[in-house]
Design a protein around this ligand. Structure first.
Ligand code: FDA
Length: 364
């Protein structure tokens, strides 16, 4: 066989698809009991439930947009999250709707003036912590109403004890525009992400419930080349120690109502709620099912056995990653790619672009 691909996430699936298209023989092995990696959806009450967290496809790159659209049609979903704070709803990202809800202002000039007044004193010196940084960017009211408690839940620490660099920018818009993303293209695959993965993997042999490391020598012997999309530290048997990740816990609930919160994403700012947001999955696809499925999302420290969600790209972990990356391997035998092997947060469009770059390097 030409290629053994370890992992059926977007990276592995795009590569396998393109390799097969070029007449190569490919097989995928996947540790989980389903294909698609983190974009996989469970079907509950006929609703596509984003099992590993809400996934909204967005890109500015027409090539990537055309690429995914050849496999599945995308709907017109636009991410416009809502925030619930002290029993009041606010539009996100911070825009004229939010400012009107906060202060009753109707003109951009009025909003600018308030933010300017509230942040001025904090812009005179270097911010010493996240709280000062956030206030210097958006003023005290927005910080207290919409940032403080949410951020403290996410990090498990007070904003005063968090470093300023965590928040580099807080986009503020002086237009009535609730579209979270600025990208030209955005949507959800009609019928869900599994349809995208099914189309990519058509005709490709995928063996589920197989851990590459259960018999690495055997799997290596079966192909000329191995594309590995799992965690890089695992590949090298954690010889320098483990890379850190942040995790999440999801709690699903089926509710006997056709519409629980009227929006796909509602952020819960207040500390009295342990979770940071509720996702109501049917709204990603304008679903009209009789029931609904919601997911409460709880931030949590990574513990052994948890899923890897966000890499912690601080200095310590980046240095550790560099050590792994510099271990010499035979490039004629092993290729690494994807979010786990590159220890990098990738959005879906970025991981597809990265897989297509590998395709062009490999087959040029
Ligand atoms: P992915 O993790 O999907 O696939 C790797 C696969 O390898 C997994 O299936 C794993 O089981 C398998 N594997 C690992 N080790 C193995 C072994 N030893 N043997 C066999 N198989 C093995 N992006 C975006 O554009 N919009 C969004 O809204 C979001 N939302 C979002 C929410 C959350 C909570 C997270 C964490 C991430 C997002 N993303 C996102 C990012 C998106 O999830 C990401 O870009 C892709 O899933 C990455 O695909 P990969 O193929 O790199 O990894």
């Amino acid at each position: 066989m030409d290629y053994l691909v370890v992992g059926s996430g977007l990276f592995g699936s795009v590569f396998a698809h393109e390799a097969r298209k070029r007449g190569k023989t490919v097989k995928i092995i996947e540790k989980r009991d389903h294909r698609g990696g983190n974009v996989y959806c469970d079907n509950i009450e006929n609703i596509n439930v984003h099992k590993y967290g809400a996934h909204i496809f967005h890109t500015n790159d027409k090539i990537i947009w055309d690429y995914v659209n050849q496999f599945v049609e995308f709907n017109r979903f636009t991410n416009s999250p809502i925030a619930l704070s002290k029993n009041k709803l606010y539009n996100l990202p911070f825009n004229m709707n939010t400012f009107n809800q906060l202060w009753g202002v109707v003109k951009p000039e009025e909003a600018k003036k308030i933010i300017e007044q509230q942040s001025a004193a904090f812009r005179e010196s270097e911010p010493e912590n996240l709280e000062e940084q956030a206030i210097s960017l958006v003023g005290k009211d927005i910080f207290e109403c919409l940032i403080k408690e949410y951020t403290e839940k996410q990090w498990g620490r007070e904003c005063k004890d968090l470093p300023a660099f965590i928040i580099k920018r807080l986009p503020v818009r002086y237009t009535f525009d609730n579209n979270y993303f600025k990208d030209k293209f955005q949507g959800i695959p009609v019928g869900g992400y599994n349809r995208l993965i099914d189309a990519l993997l058509e005709g490709i042999d995928v063996e589920l419930n197989v851990d590459y490391f259960s018999n690495k020598e055997y799997y290596d012997s079966r192909a000329d080349k191995v594309l590995y999309t799992g965690p890089i530290d695992r590949f090298f048997n954690y010889c320098f120690g483990k890379l850190d990740y942040r995790s999440l816990r999801f709690e699903n609930e089926i509710i006997d109502t056709d519409n629980f919160q009227g929006n796909a994403v509602v952020n819960y700012i207040d500390k009295e709620f342990d979770f940071t947001r509720i996702i109501e999955h049917k709204h990603f696809e304008f679903g009209e099912q009789e029931k609904t499925v919601i997911t409460r999302e709880y931030p949590k420290e990574y513990e052994e056995g948890d899923e890897y969600y966000y890499p912690v790209n601080d200095n310590k972990n980046n240095r550790l990653f560099s050590k792994y990356k510099n271990i010499p391997i035979d490039p004629g035998k092993y290729i690494f790619g994807g979010r786990l092997a590159e220890y990098k947060y990738y959005d879906m469009h970025q991981v597809i672009a990265s897989a297509l770059k590998l395709v062009s390097d490999e087959f040029s």
